[in-house]
Write a protein that binds this ligand. Structure first.
Ligand code: URA
Ligand code: CA
Length: 443
């Protein structure tokens, strides 16, 4: 096979065979297909797309490029959750222990930050002593003992995705439905869970900004997962503004603890119950979605979710005291309050800009080897739809005291808000639920 011919075929919108796709993916991983040819193929795919068969073959070739985790030593139905990437998206931190406390087994591979979005591994690492870089045996042992274990994605899991993602990141080929679907699903299939609940984000802070594209992405991923014998649900949720009030690593751990105590922000709780309810339902622990959600609410009210979080932290070598005493989390050197510039209603809040502002404060990486400052970030004091008065707090910056960074972040945060005299409605959070049976619009 000649790589230029395959690129040409894709450029002309023709369908590639299984053998041709496997040749490209395997050749890229082994180094026989160089970056420039793969980049050309990826760009052609951005323009002409892929057929369903091609996308499935592409995903399976990526999943099979490394180790396929065998979770059969973990008892019960294993359920995983994955988000397509959001800002201040604290859900996984709350969901993993909460769903486990409701009786489902959560065995989840999880990632670090990507672009303007944060990562669960980084967030959890603000808990003193915790270790998510586990070997397979420890991962399985903890999942069996505690009912929940999270492990940082290892280099041996879907290495084709790792290499492709790095190339897409710098060749403007991230925003493509088949490429995102294959990237996410290759990792999820290799991760080995029996059931997968996806949170597909849509809006200004998401990789897919248009609802129709997010819906297409959700349908594609559900098809791929079901085709591979996994039980799938995808929810489409709005990322027009950050989720909850905290953006930043330790700040989000605190927000997760508040939410497990029943004192968290309303939108975070709503998404947690919807995603978690679907996880519990897939696991067969409840008979209906309403029953599953009621069970999760009970686990918040009676403290079972918080207790499970402490057990999980302890099993991973961290200090479980954090659930009672958040002052053991890293604390920022300096805090600075931003005031509301004029009275009115919060009309919009650009999630991507706020995600970038948090990175500017040091919460993220700009080159691969940067070490994020786990203490810094942004605490929002209002949400879209709120009435605000001039001089009242808009947001609090948690900083390392570096005045240049603070100045840049301030500008970005202020620029992210649009405040109008006319009242504004809060955006709808939950848009749709997609399964193999079809699309259900959520009110
Ligand atoms: N998340 C992923 O893992 N891959 C993508 O391509 C986009 C979001
Ligand atoms: Ca948050």
């Amino acid at each position: 096979m000649y790589t230029p011919e395959l690129i040409n075929k894709k450029r002309n919108g023709k369908e590639l065979s299984q053998a041709e796709i496997e040749f490209l993916v395997n050749g890229f991983v082994s180094g026989e297909v160089p970056d420039y040819q793969m980049a050309a193929f990826l760009m052609a795919t951005c323009f002409t797309g892929m057929s369903k068969d091609e996308c499935v073959t592409f995903t399976m070739a990526m999943a099979n490029s490394g180790e396929m985790a065998d979770l059969s030593p973990i008892k019960g139905f294993k359920v995983d959750k994955h988000s397509s990437g959001g800002v201040g998206d604290t859900t996984s931190l709350v969901l993993a222990p909460l769903v486990a406390s409701a009786g489902a087994v959560v065995a989840k591979m999880t990632g670090r930050e990507l672009g303007h979005t944060g990562g669960t591994v980084d967030k959890l690492e603000s808990i003193p002593g915790i270790n998510l870089e586990l070997g397979k045996d420890d991962f399985i042992r903890i999942a069996n003992q505690v009912g929940v274990s999270l492990v940082a994605q290892s280099a041996s899991l879907a290495p084709a995705d790792k290499k492709l993602y790095a190339l897409r990141n710098v060749t403007a080929t991230v925003e493509s439905i088949p490429l995102i679907a294959a990237s996410i699903m290759s990792k999820k299939l290799a991760g080995g869970a029996d059931g997968i609940v996806l949170d597909v984000k849509t809006g200004s802070g998401a990789f897919m900004q248009k609802y129709e594209d997010s819906l297409e992405l959700a349908k594609t991923m559900v098809d791929i997962g079901e085709g591979a014998g996994r039980k799938m649900v995808a929810l489409i949720s709005s990322m027009e503004q950050p989720l909850g009030l905290a953006i930043g690593n330790a700040l989000e751990v605190k927000e997760a603890i508040d939410t497990l105590k029943g004192e968290g922000p309303q939108d975070l709780l709503e998404l947690v119950l919807e995603l978690g309810g679907n996880m519990v339902l897939l696991a067969g622990v409840a008979k209906s979605l309403d029953q599953a959600k009621d069970r999760l609410k009970a686990c918040i009210a009676n403290g079972a979710g918080l207790k499970k979080f402490a057990q999980f932290i302890k099993a991973h070598g961290g200090d479980p005291e954090v659930v009672r005493n958040i002052s053991i989390l890293p604390r920022a050197k300096a805090v600075q309050e931003l005031a509301v510039p004029r009275s009115g209603y919060v009309h919009a809040m650009n999630a991507m800009e706020l995600g970038m502002a948090s990175k500017l404060l040091g919460a993220g990486r700009f080159i691969k080897d940067d070490r994020p400052d786990l203490s810094v970030g942004i605490e929002l004091k209002c949400k879209v739809g709120d009435r605000v008065d001039k001089g009242q707090p808009l947001a609090v910056l948690h900083t390392d005291g570096d005045t240049e960074r603070i100045g840049q972040a301030r500008e970005k945060v202020l620029g992210a808000f649009s405040i109008t005299v006319e009242p504004a409605d809060p955006p709808r959070l939950l848009m749709a639920r997609v399964t193999s049976k079809g699309v259900e619009e959520l009110a």
